[in-house]
Structure formats: C-alpha cells, structure tokens
Design a protein around this ligand. Structure first.
Ligand code: NDP
Length: 500
C-alpha cells in the first residue's frame, strides 16, 4: 500500500502518478506516468489524428465540439465533485469555473469559421491586378501545459480554441490535478472515438519539458512565470512558437466615487475565491484617502464572515499545493515585520492545509506581500492620495495580467491606463468569462491571447495568397519592366503618396 507523506503532494509509485486531496489525503485517482518516448508517440499519433480532424471540415468539427460541450454541461456536477475531491476547491466554485469553460467551448466552436475561414480582402491600387486572399490554417499539433488552480477552465481555454481552430492537442495537466484533466480527455474521446485528437500525458515537470521538445507545432503554457521562462527556452531550441499565460499580482483601485459596498464585496471575492489561488485574483488594493477607512471596515466585516474547511460547501477550501503555504506565511510574516498590520487574520490564520482570510494594511510597497504572487486568501490595502497615485503603484510591478477599478467618473480612463491585458470596471475577474474578449497578460504575465477572436487566431497561422486577375498595366515586380515604366511608377507614387 502506498503511504502519502503529505496530503495533496502527488506521489509517483510503480510508474503511476497518484493524486491526493490536500485536506484529507484521500486518493483522487492514479494515472500512468509518460516517458519522453511516450510523449513523442502521443505527438506522432496526434499528427495523424490532426489530419483526420482537418478532414472533417468546419461542420464536422463543430458538430463534435458542440456534443463535447453538451457532455460537459450534462455532467457538470460530476466534474465539479471530482475537482473538489482532487484539489479541494469548493463545489460551487468548481461549478462556476466549469460553466465558464463550457461557454468558451461553445463560443470558440461557433465562431471558428467566421474568424479563421477563407476570405478575400480589398486590393490596393498599387497592385490592383491581384486579388488578396487570407485564411488561418491550423498549426497541426498543439501542446498544452496546464496549471492546477483552474484545472478545467484554464487548460480548456487553450484546448477548446486549439481544437476549434482545427488542431490536434496533446495535453500535460498539472501533476496536482491530473485526474480532472484526464476526465475531460476521456469525455472528448466519447464523442470523437475515431482518432486521438485530444490526448493527455501525465507526470512531473520533465513530462512538460519533453512535450516542449517533442516536435509539436505550438506550445500553449499556463503556469508560473519561472516555468514560463524554462518553457520558452526549451521551445527556442526548435523555434516552436509559444503562448505564455503566467502569473499575476492584480491590483484593484477604489476611487472616491465608488460604491463601497459593491467594491468590498468584489474585493473579498476577487481576493479570496479559490482561497486566493487565482492568477487574476485581486492581491493588492489601492483605495483613495476619503473612502479608505470605510472601505477597509467593509472588507474586514465581509471577509471575516467567510467559512473555511474541507466541506464541499465551505467558502474557502484548502491550499491545493502544500508548498504554497510557506510562501503565504512568509509574505504575512514579512509584511508584519516591516510595519504592516493585520486587521483580519495574520500569522495565526495559517493553519495547514488552510489559510483563513487575512487583510493587511500599512504594508511597505517593496515587501514580498505587495510585489510577489502570494496565491493565498490575503489582501493588502493601501491608502493613496488619489487615483493617479493608485495607478502609479498598481503599474509598478513587472506583472501585468488583469485588474479592477471601482468608481464612476474616471473609471474608464483609469482602467485603460492600468498596465495589464485585462481590466474589470465595478467588478472583478469578469473578463475571463466574456468569451468575446481576449485574455492574456503583459510583461512577466506572459504574451499571446486565449479567448475571443484573438484566442482563435493564436492557434492558427495566417496564410496569405495573392492571385493574378488581369495583366499588369505598370509591371514592377519583373525584370521585364522598361525605364519608361519605372518613370511612370515614380510619377504614380508621387501622385498617390506624395501629398499630405
Ligand atoms: P507551474 O509553473 O509550477 O506549472 C505549470 C505547468 O508546467 C505544470 O503542468 C507543470 O508540471 C509544468 N512544468 C513544470 N516544469 C516544467 C518544465 N520545465 N517544462 C515544461 N513544463 C513544466 O505553475 P502552477 O501549476 O503552480 O500554477 C500556478 C501558476 O499559474 C501561478 O503563477 C498562476 O498565476 C499561473 N496561472 C496563470 C494563468 C493565466 O491565465 N495567466 C491562469 C492560471 C494560473 P508539474 O505540475 O507536473 O510540475
């Protein structure tokens, strides 16, 4: 019998990856660990499957992806309970996550043809004798590497869009949530039994590294910034294009004309949902002086009411990755040692495998709790003079994923000036559920986009074609042009472009 040293820490025994619940240590499932050769073989199979998938055409893929979506919708409770059993996430939170994944799958499927299909573009006078065609062709095989914190929404945000764009996918789920990943790979195989268009390979980081080097045509990575650098370095060896969705340290700005009750409610959910283990979770808040005291009081009151525990209906579950607890503890201790105050929680809130809500104020801006990803149910709240100071501080970190602004008159200009890929006004995190909008970061938060039109194009190559539709009146791209024709070209260019 296998003994689990630390609940939640995956164990490899007899060639199997054993996944356990971080609160109870109960086994959630076990899966075979892939070798580098297994990964290579999966990619080879995916290549054949990808050709078959392309051969189905838009209509064939659409019909199957919509059936896959229906399986997810009809079995949503089963999957949510599995996510709870494996990672400890409360069931209601898992349901919200899966709903968003289903919505994206639906949207990507219904919009793939519009966004990627062949079209003719307008020709310009300078090459009027040619027609311009554009289409977006699938890469072939896409490798998807996913994190554990949103084991359904985050990988499917890449997988669904890659499949809708006509690619086959080889997916490496996080070692902390392989069972949830395998569940929907199996569900997909139920509706597409003919070919392994979507496969999973399991194991630790070395399996992800093998996938980067396996000859896939693109890698879509979601995880920490540190691993993103390794993935990009590995992909550089073969010039394999990468999409990097990495960490964040999102800020909320609360302006003087904000609805404080709404802002406090959103701050608490944005900071504490999934026990704070959210890449686009709120970790730092900048509230302007006139509303600061009232806002802090409302946040503390609301956060203090949250329930914590293993029960599937608690507001906050356990910290999924046990090693993260040391980071959360270090951030709280460091903040307090450097003059910060805990107005809720504090060092005693760290009770492995749980961390209770913690609100920190007066924390210096150069401390770890403000600069590094905490990934726990903690918030720092800082009093600022005005929205301009809030923006300066919010934009001071290398991360730039999402963000939030609460206010009325200046909210839109503030949101536009946040150095981030996304922003929510008078809400938090909502941009991730809006399938029409692209999702991705700037700076240390990565580059490339999932979701929306850009998310579909991320998984396809632009293919440009010119087609002659008549003789050239002024031949330019040929050695057959005469000096007189060159003189006429010069005259034409001055007529067309020479005036303002
Ligand atoms: P990690 O970077 O630790 O792991 C991410 C994935 O990469 C895992 O599947 C991991 O495998 C794999 N991996 C590890 N080493 C390598 C390697 N050398 N080459 C290739 N793959 C490798 O991140 P976490 O799983 O801890 O996820 C949390 C992080 O993800 C946070 O920073 C969070 O902000 C970020 N995130 C970003 C999102 C976004 O959209 N921008 C969304 C969700 C999370 P294994 O688990 O087996 O080690």
């Amino acid at each position: 019998m296998t003994t689990f040293r630390v609940p939640g820490v995956p164990v490899i025994a007899d060639g199997e990856l054993i996944s356990t619940n971080p609160a109870t240590g109960d086994e959630a499932g076990r899966l075979p660990v892939a070798t580098a050769d297994d990964v290579a073989r999966a990619v080879e199979r995916a290549r054949t499957a990808g050709n078959w998938w392309i051969g189905l055409g838009d209509a064939g893929r659409r019909e199957r992806l919509l059936r896959f979506r229906a399986v997810l919708a009809n079995r949503i409770t089963e999957l949510a309970e599995l996510v709870n059993a494996e990672g400890g996430k409360p069931v209601a939170e898992a349901i919200v996550e899966i709903v968003s994944a289903i919505e994206h799958l639906d949207w990507a499927t219904r919009n793939a043809r519009r966004v990627l299909g062949a079209r003719q573009l307008r020709s310009r006078l300078i090459l009027a004798e040619f027609a311009a065609h554009l289409e977006y062709q699938p890469y072939g095989v896409v490798g998807v590497i996913g994190p554990w914190n949103y084991p359904v929404l985050t990988p499917l945000g890449s997988i669904g869009y890659a499949l809708a764009a006509g690619n086959a996918v080889v997916f490496k789920p996080s070692e902390y949530t392989p069972v949830a990943g395998q569940w929907y790979v199996d569900a997909f195989a139920e509706v597409v039994p003919e070919q392994p268009v979507l496969q999973a390979v399991h194991g630790l980081g070395d399996v992800g590294a093998a996938l980067c080097r396996s000859g896939v045509d693109k890698v879509a990575f979601t995880g920490s910034t540190a691993t993103a650098r390794k993935v990009m370095a590995a992909c550089a060896e073969t010039l394999t294009p990468v999409l990097l969705e990495s960490g964040g340290k999102d800020a909320m700005i609360v302006d003087a004309d904000a609805d404080l009750d709404a802002a406090a409610e959103a701050a608490v959910w944005g900071g504490m949902t999934n026990a704070g283990q959210t890449c686009i979770g709120i970790e730092r808040i900048y509230a302007v002086a006139p509303v600061y005291d009232a806002f802090v009081a409302k946040v503390v009151e609301r956060a203090g009411r949250l329930t914590v525990g293993a029960a599937g209906d608690a507001d906050l579950g356990p910290i999924t990755m046990p090693a993260q607890i040391d980071i959360i503890r270090r951030h709280i201790d460091d903040a307090l040692a450097r003059g910060g105050r805990a107005v809720l929680g504090g060092p005693d809130a760290v009770q492995p495998p749980y961390v209770r809500p913690t609100i920190l104020v007066d924390v210096p801006e150069d401390s770890a709790a403000v600069r590094e990803e905490t990934f726990g149910p903690t918030l720092t709240i800082k009093k600022v003079r005005d929205a301009q100071e809030a923006l300066t501080l919010a934009n001071a970190l290398p991360y730039g994923l999402g963000g939030s602004v609460f206010g009325q008159r200046q909210a839109i200009p503030i949101a536009r000036r946040l150095r981030s890929g996304m922003a929510a006004i008078n809400s938090v995190i909502t941009f991730v559920g809006m399938s029409t909008l692209p999702f991705g970061g700037v700076g240390d938060s990565g580059f490339g986009r999932i979701h929306g039109d850009d998310g579909l194009r991320e998984f396809a190559r632009a293919k440009a074609i010119t087609r002659r539709r008549g003789p050239s009146m002024l031949p330019a791209m040929t050695f057959d042009r005469t000096p007189a024709q060159v003189a006429r070209i010069v005259k034409l260019v001055k007529t067309l472009y020479g005036r303002n």
